[in-house]
Design a binder for this molecule. Structure first.
Ligand code: ADP
Ligand code: MG
Length: 459
């Protein structure tokens, strides 16, 4: 069953808007979709533009008239609706052509589409679309795989296990230019940092005009991986082993220092600068910190009495003349580390999803990552205490122990810490959290508010 481009475009336009916007990987959930249309399509087997399975790029425009977004949709067509899946039940995009009865839908495990992508990587194939082509690159030999299993769980992209050695991460929201999620792990491996899964291939879409877009990355699959957030909570709650947890937090500090040292180790590479932060840089940091405070105040006016102390701490950013800049992880928290093989691995280098790709590739203070991890540890400790209020646990004590274990290991790993600058970044992050929680999980606002209280008192 092969669909032509005209049919494909018609079907794409018929995808219910709320189906697309409710998918986990759809970024702009708060914006109202005005229109969707086929930007390009490349058949995985049939002739160019025809479809049995195909990689589609869909352009989404919004009612607010703001910037369009491009999304990658791997799709396949079935001749009739007999096996019509419930898009809702499966969490996939699916649409039925009222004229022909054909169904266009995202692949399921076992359809063989993911396997076909792996074979394409092994063969370094090129898929020709209408306005560009998908080019497959292998950095290492890609073995033939039988098993294909889409990972479930909290994700902003779509990751598929291929056999037991490989993971294919398909980027959904497509942005032109270098993707740090591909760029940083490759660089880190080259720089000798071994706590990141090795990249073994990638797929780029090269449009006839404009910059290439990274559409997918192939990396080493970590067996039996759980993220460090789940692992740590399990260690604290189920295993009730605070010493093991503390040791692990120290290990994360060591790994973080090694990652930051590696990121700053090749300053002659123009994509990986490492230099002192200028006055101009520090003023920009202060401005963005103050902007977070204003958003937090708008969301939680009860923060107002703390605002002068927070602003004073942000002024300290400008005074931090020893601060340095380099590429950083950019969205660093316990959920971005995986526990596998009795150690931790760092993943997901895309950076903060709300920022543009260019912003996410800017050099930053490594202490922003450190602050992110400290905030994550605070969340972990408070989550444990909230779950077991009768256990007599001492969240303040656990937090300060965890904080110390992490920072001590980080410093022992050779990375300097300016305490005042670090505290300012923690305050900034907590302000961001106040705004986030107020809008998404109002019964958690107390947590960052409490942190702001503590951090301003300690400061
Ligand atoms: P996203 O951008 O979709 O959040 P992540 O890179 O954070 O993607 O990965 C999402 C989840 O997929 C992780 O939390 C983890 O459970 C799993 N995962 C990611 N990378 C690997 C890997 N190399 N091996 C095994 N599982 C992984
Ligand atoms: Mg992630």
């Amino acid at each position: 069953m092969t669909l032509d481009v005209i049919q494909l475009d018609r079907l794409v336009r018929q995808i219910p808007h709320e189906q697309l916007s409710s998918r986990r990987w759809f970024r702009s959930k708060a914006r109202q979709i005005a229109d969707m249309k086929l930007e390009d399509s490349a058949a995985l087997v049939a002739e160019p533009g025809g479809c049995d399975a195909a990689l589609l790029i869909v352009r989404v425009s919004f009612a607010d008239g703001g910037t369009d977004e491009l999304y990658l949709l791997p799709m396949l067509s079935e001749p009739d609706a007999s096996g019509t899946p419930s898009a809702e039940a499966e969490g996939i995009v699916a649409v039925r052509d009222p004229q022909t009865g054909a169904v266009l839908r995202e692949p399921r495990d076992g359809d063989g589409v993911w396997r076909r992508l792996a074979a394409g990587l092994a063969a370094e194939m090129t898929l020709t679309g209408l306005h560009g082509s998908f080019v497959f690159h292998a950095l290492q030999p890609v073995p033939q795989v039988r098993l294909e299993r889409r990972l479930s769980g909290e994700q902003s992209n779509t990751s598929v296990a291929l056999g037991d050695r490989l993971l294919l991460k398909l980027y959904r929201r497509l942005e032109p230019g270098q993707n740090p999620d591909l760029e940083l792990p490759r660089f880190l491996t080259r720089a000798g940092f071994d706590r990141v899964p090795a990249v073994s291939g990638y797929i780029r879409y090269i449009p006839a005009r404009g910059k290439a877009i990274v559409a997918a990355m192939l990396q080493a699959f970590l067996p039996d991986a759980v993220d460090a957030w789940q692992w740590l909570l399990n260690e604290l709650v189920v295993e009730a082993d605070p010493d093991a947890a503390l040791g692990a937090v120290g290990r994360i500090g060591t790994i973080t220092a090694r990652m930051h040292a590696a990121l700053a180790s090749q300053a002659d590479d123009p994509a990986f600068p490492a230099r002192p932060a200028s006055l101009h840089d520090r003023r920009a940091w202060r401005a963005s910190a103050n902007a977070q405070l204003e958003r937090a105040l708008a969301a939680a006016p009860q923060l107002a009495p703390r605002a002068p102390a927070i602003r004073a701490a942000f002024d300290g950013i400008v005074a931090a003349t020893g601060a340095t800049l380099s590429r950083i992880h950019g969205d660093y928290h316990l959920g971005q580390l995986l526990r596998s093989d009795d150690d931790f691995w760092v993943v997901d280098f895309e950076g903060e999803p709300a920022r543009t790709l260019m912003e996410r590739r800017e050099p930053q203070s490594p202490l922003k990552d450190v602050a992110g991890m400290l905030r994550s540890l605070d969340y972990a400790v408070r989550t444990v205490a909230r779950g077991a209020p009768a256990s007599g646990s001492d969240p303040a004590g656990s937090l300060s122990a965890a904080r110390q274990a992490f920072l001590q290991a980080y410093v022992s790993g050779g990375m300097p810490i300016d305490e005042r600058l670090l505290r300012a970044f923690e305050l900034e992050k907590a302000c961001y959290e106040v705004h986030y929680e107020a809008n998404n999980r109002p019964d958690w606002v107390w947590l960052p508010l409490q942190a702001l209280d503590r951090l301003t008192r300690e400061g």
